[in-house]
Write a protein that binds this ligand. Structure first.
Ligand SMILES: Nc1ncnc2c1ncn2[C@@H]1O[C@H](COP(=O)(O)OP(=O)(O)OP(=O)(O)O)[C@@H](O)[C@H]1O
Ligand SMILES: [Mg+2]
Length: 273
């Protein structure tokens, strides 16, 4: 049986559209026939549930402390996507140790039979919380907008992910571009910077245009893919989801810690089996 895929949606700079894209891509993948979950890994400012129209009352931190099972943290949203909340003011205040983060990631294996694709909506930046959850995914999508500060911050994210985890392939969504041609130009400018300093391959998986329909949908707390399926942004998001649905993510080290990866015993690791 194929194990579920995990896709991280991350960025260097905050507010570039990660949550909106996570929710809408999840919904588009659901429409394509996948069983999809969203893990809101933004522990401090969890808000994906608002756009999905559901209210999780248990979080992965409750599962971690044994107060519930992982399955009990899953909320079925009205639109058919499952929601797994990471948000917990307490977890943020206490700070999760690296061991706890690894335990959270391993605990997701309990959901293997119920999910085909996990979308991980992260916080912005390069803190350990963000990097560990991103590193645990099969595919990493970096959201970039065409502003110098976004370039600098996205470059920093990719550099840290590359150096700390050895990952060398990243997908990039250019968000809020005027149109596809401008999106392609922004991607080319950004890739010129990473090409110059890093040994990584960037794949432009799509451009999502600036769209007032999307902003309008956000105002109604609804995903644009369901409210305005014919809008330019919804169509662009559907095209990206189609690529995610039909292409295989880069191979990962199955022995490393990651969502839905088998957990090897110390002996297995030592003998490389
Ligand atoms: N393509 C777009 N067209 C118009 N508005 C957009 C688009 N993408 C994002 N926005 C606007 O940007 C806002 C911020 O988006 P979102 O909350 O997804 O960002 P984020 O990267 O998750 O932020 P944070 O770093 O705080 O988690 C949205 O509420 C929406 O109004
Ligand atoms: Mg967000």
């Amino acid at each position: 049986m194929k194990r579920p895929q995990a896709t991280a949606i991350t960025s260097g700079k905050g507010g570039v559209g990660k949550t909106i894209l996570s929710v809408n891509l999840a919904l588009a993948l659901h429409k394509a026939g996948e069983r999809v979950g969203i893990f809101d890994a933004d522990l401090a400012l969890a808000n994906a549930h608002l756009v999905l129209g559901c209210r999780p009352n248990r979080t992965i931190v409750d599962a971690l402390s044994g107060q519930c099972t992982m399955a009990e943290t899953v909320v079925e949203s009205p639109l058919g996507v499952k929601m797994i909340a990471g948000g917990s003011g307490l977890a943020e205040v206490m700070g999760l140790s690296v061991e706890k983060r690894q335990e959270i990631i391993r605990n997701f294996s309990e959901l293997s039979g119920t999910i085909d694709h996990l979308i991980v909506d992260t916080a912005a930046g390069i803190e350990a919380n963000v990097i560990d959850f991103v590193a645990a995914c099969d595919r990493v999508i970096v959201v970039v907008v065409g502003e110098p500060t976004a370039f600098v911050d996205a470059y920093a994210s990719i550099k840290v992910l590359h150096q700390d985890t050895g990952r060398d392939r990243f997908d990039v969504i250019i968000n809020r571009a005027a149109n596809d041609a401008v999106g392609a130009q922004i991607f080319t400018r950004f890739r010129a910077i990473t090409d110059r300093f890093l040994k990584v391959t960037l794949n432009h998986i799509g451009t999502v245009p600036e769209d007032e329909r999307l902003a309008h949908a956000v105002g109604k707390c609804e995903p644009v893919v369901s409210s305005f399926p014919n809008s330019v942004s919804a169509k662009a998001i559907m095209r990206i989801a189609e690529k995610l649905h039909t292409t295989t993510p880069p191979a990962v080290d199955e022995g490393s810690i990651g969502f839905f990866r088998p957990t090897l015993s110390t002996e297995q690791k030592a003998f490389g089996t």
